[in-house]
Every structure is written in structure tokens, then in C-alpha cells.
Design a protein around this ligand. Structure first.
Ligand SMILES: [Zn+2]
Length: 490
């Protein structure tokens, strides 16, 4: 038999048999102890993690708080020492992202967003989430997922994930980082929930925190407005039966160590995240009601009332709830042309759009070209678009309101008003844009989530958000004397 024939046969064999025949790269799964077909060696796994880590740090940014980083890293290292891969070189970081998420790369690179830290209510819950992500690495789910997703084109994909592209009208839901939030299978998630509880328990934290945070994530999911921002809820299976199974695991783990004391450390966690930025960091632009302000780029724009605004790395998008109507803002990279008329023409033609009317104008004192265009956009098909190219100093902004032709006709006034609301911020206005932050508040008799959201948080956060952040179901109220996380303006 030729080597090629052997390989063809091997492909049809189960991984274990192929392993025995020595026909493929194999590895022992650190958790199950079974041999399995691995499309990458541990060295490759680490190499992939390391190169993606550079991109994650660049794209997401590491949250600027050394003490918090060290605290999370210490916890992570302790959990990892009690995991199935204690010898791996583990790395833990809090990334500067408001979405509620945690994720693991192959090779032992783990991240929590500051968004998820705000929603976790004790050190034991943080340990549970870290343990869950460690589980994805120790059980090599991350490797298998990347292997399956990418196969032979792994190198190609890794090269492509973060390569900055001029994609003025790429699929709106797609973000460059989406590939990181690969979906694991349901069984993988259940296994990670279990491993997370085991690692937390082995490190002295109360494993009961695992079903607690799963319940929190379930509540987040229920209230999620699905803005197309990837978060834990959108990449994980529904929480209900995971909570059930989690409770069973906890009972089992606790029965195995009768009389043991378990650390929860709620106050410690609250103290660590007191003052942490909540929601958008102004460095990347910040949403205030219907306004979007960017103090670094010194502009603001107003979106139609009630629309969901999502602030991505490369673009800001407002979407009308329940309708495929959008307002989008992004920079024009390397604008071609001297005048705004030339720049607009080159940019729109490049995107395959045809102008039906337009002209040079000014928008709030800035040189601009305002036009109406027809074209096609991914899943939406044919769209009509009101678009402005606006110059501020050396930067050219592209602001567009668009929808399919029929709804467009009705929405034209609000899309147009939004496009024309673009204006520069003065230096002083820019300096006054500050992030919202977490603070602590002890509830008093008669307080409700509603009253705390209004009085103590000045309307910056919804009552339901406060309830969920504080480990409560949305329909039960805070107890008097309870120490709570709230959101305040800086
Ligand atoms: Zn998971």
C-alpha cells in the first residue's frame, strides 16, 4: 500500500485506531486520559495562543489597573495549578471590553472582560468562570474547535482574523473578533462547567458559585437586546439545565469533602472592582443616551431615539429595534481625492454604490459631501442610503443612514437628521467626557432597583441591570443593609 492509500484509510478510521497505527499526530487528552486525534501538537497549540494573544491585546486593550490584573492572574494561576495541566505556562488578563465575556485561546491564554467582572458577585464566582475557561483549555476544546473550524487553512485564517480591512459595508454583525468566540459544543460546555467547579473546589473556593453565575448569565440572556455584540450568552448554550447540572456537581463535590470550609469572598471582590470603568471607555468613544461622543477624535453624533447603539473597533452602528435600518459611522482610511466631492465619489464607487443625488455642502461648519445612493449590502440586498463624507482637520468621516428602499422612504427624515447631526467637540467638551464607573452602595429600608437606578445611579443604568449585577432575579428587591454595586458618573 502506498503512503497515500494508508492515509486515505486512516482518515476513515476512528481517531483512536489511527493513533494506534501511528498514522496521525495524536495526543493524550489531559482530562480524559484518552488518546485522540489532534491536528496540532502542544507546541503548535501554544504558538497559536501566543500569536493570537498579541492580537487580542492590541484589538481589545488590556484594562489599565495593575492591581486588578495581578489579582486575577494570581487567582488564575492558583486554579491552573489545581487543573489537569498544571505545567502549562498560563496567562490571564482583564481586557478593556464592556461586553460580558470570558474566553480562552489554545495554549493557556485566558481573558475576562471588565464587563463580566462587573456582573460577577464574589471571588468564588470569578474563580468559577476562570475555572470554566481553564477547562476549555485542559480538555483541549479550544484546540479541537480551532482544528475543526480551520482544518488545513488554519494558517490562512489566523492570518486573516485581525488583518485590518477596508470593509465599508461588511456584514454588520460580523466583527473581527467574532472568530475568537467560537461556539463549543454543548457537551464541551457541560464538561467545562464541571471542570470549573472542580478546579474552584480544589483551590478552596465555593463551587456553588458556578450555578450562581450561570443563573446570572441566564438572566442576562433573557434580557439581552441582541446588539450583535458577541457575549457569553450568545456563544453558550441556554443556562437553565446547566444550572441544574451545576447544582448536582456542587452537591457531589461537597459530599466528597464533608466539613470543609469554602471561600466565597464577596467583599474582597467588591473592593477589587470598586471604581472600575463600566460600559464604554471614552478612549473608544462612549454612548450617552442617543448621543455617541468620541473625545479623542473630537466629534459627536446623535442617533435616532430608542435605537440600539453598538460601538465596535472599526465602526459605530445604530440599529432600529426590530427593523433592518441602520446608521453607521466610520473613518475613511486613505481617502482618495482632494475635494470632498472627489473623495465621496471614489469611496462610494469603490463600494459599488450609485449616486442618485448629492452635492458639496457643510455640516455644522465642516466641509462635507452629502448624497443619496443605491446599492447592495450583504444580507440586506438592495438598499437606499443617505451618506455624508465629512472632513474634520485631516480626518474624513463616513456617516450613512440606510435601509431597504421601502422602509427607507418612511425613515428618511430620521436617518437624514442623524447623518446631519455630526459635529466637532470643543477641547473643553472633549475633556468633560468621562466614563461611568462602578461604586458601592449600602441599600436602605424601602430602596428598590428602580429608586437606586434613579437616585444613586442618576439614571445611568437600568433597574434590571442593577438587579442582575447584584445576583438577584429581576423581580426581587434588594434587602436593607445589602452592599450593592451601582453605576455612577465619574
Ligand atoms: Zn464555555
Amino acid at each position: 500500500m502506498t503512503h497515500d492509500e494508508l492515509r486515505r484509510i486512516a482518515r476513515r478510521l476512528t481517531p483512536a485506531v489511527a493513533c494506534l497505527l501511528g498514522l496521525s499526530a495524536c495526543a493524550t487528552n489531559p482530562v480524559t486520559g484518552e488518546r485522540e486525534l489532534a491536528l496540532m501538537s502542544e507546541a503548535q497549540e501554544i504558538e497559536i495562543g501566543r500569536s493570537l494573544d498579541v492580537e487580542v491585546r492590541r484589538e481589545m486593550g488590556v484594562y489599565d489597573d495593575d492591581a486588578l490584573q495581578a489579582y486575577i492572574d494570581d487567582m488564575g494561576q492558583r486554579l491552573a495549578r489545581n487543573s489537569h495541566r498544571p505545567d502549562l505556562d498560563w496567562h490571564f488578563a482583564v481586557v478593556d471590553v464592556p461586553a460580558i465575556n470570558a474566553f480562552a485561546l489554545p495554549g493557556g491564554y485566558l481573558y475576562m472582560t471588565r464587563g463580566i467582572l462587573a456582573y460577577l458577585d464574589s471571588e468564588a464566582q470569578v474563580a468559577g468562570v476562570l475555572g470554566h475557561e481553564i477547562g476549555h483549555v485542559t480538555a483541549r476544546h479550544a484546540v479541537q474547535q480551532y482544528s475543526r473550524a480551520t482544518g488545513a487553512s488554519l494558517g490562512l485564517l489566523l492570518g486573516g482574523i485581525f488583518v485590518p480591512q477596508v470593509r465599508p459595508f461588511g456584514s454588520l454583525a460580523e466583527t473581527g473578533l467574532g472568530v475568537l468566540f467560537l461556539r463549543y459544543g454543548r457537551d464541551d460546555e457541560l464538561q467545562s462547567d464541571r471542570l470549573g467547579a472542580e478546579y474552584a473546589a480544589a483551590s478552596g473556593w465555593d463551587p456553588a458559585a458556578v450555578p450562581e453565575f450561570l443563573a446570572t448569565l441566564g438572566r442576562v440572556e433573557e434580557l439581552s437586546d441582541r446588539r450583535g455584540v458577541p457575549n457569553w450568552a450568545s456563544t453558550h448554550p441556554p443556562a437553565e439545565d446547566r444550572v441544574e447540572r451545576g447544582l448536582a456537581t456542587v452537591a457531589e463535590l461537597k459530599a466528597a469533602r464533608p466539613g470543609a470550609s469554602w471561600a466565597v469572598n464577596r467583599d474582597e471582590h467588591l473592593r477589587r472592582i470598586d471604581g472600575m470603568v463600566f460600559g464604554d471607555n471614552p478612549r473608544e468613544g462612549i454612548v450617552r443616551g442617543r448621543r455617541f461622543l468620541h473625545p479623542d477624535l473630537r466629534f459627536e453624533i446623535e442617533f435616532p431615539d430608542g435605537w440600539d447603539v453598538s460601538n465596535g473597533k472599526e465602526q459605530v452602528v445604530a440599529k432600529m429595534p426590530g427593523q433592518e435600518a441602520y446608521v453607521l459611522l466610520q473613518l475613511v482610511e486613505q481617502p482618495r481625492g482632494r475635494t470632498m466631492t472627489e473623495i465621496a465619489a471614489a469611496n462610494m464607487q469603490g463600494a459599488g454604490f450609485r449616486e442618485s443625488s448629492g452635492g458639496a455642502t457643510t455640516i455644522n461648519g465642516l466641509d462635507a459631501y452629502l448624497g443619496v445612493y443605491q446599492g447592495r449590502l450583504g444580507d440586506l440586498g438592495a438598499v437606499t442610503m443617505r451618506a455624508a463624507h465629512i472632513r474634520q482637520d485631516r480626518t474624513v468621516f463616513f456617516v450613512a443612514g440606510f435601509a431597504q428602499p421601502e422602509p427607507y422612504a418612511q425613515l428618511e427624515p430620521s436617518l437624514s437628521a442623524s447623518v446631519r447631526s455630526f459635529r466637532s467637540l470643543s477641547r473643553e467638551e472633549a475633556e468633560n467626557v468621562k466614563p461611568n464607573r462602578l461604586a458601592l452602595y449600602t441599600s436602605r429600608q424601602g430602596d428598590t432597583w428602580q429608586s437606586i437606578a434613579e437616585r444613586q445611579s442618576g439614571g445611568l443604568v437600568r433597574p434590571t441591570t442593577l438587579a442582575i449585577m447584584n445576583d438577584h432575579a429581576v423581580n426581587d428587591q434588594p434587602r436593607a443593609g445589602e452592599r450593592l454595586k451601582i453605576v455612577v458618573a465619574e
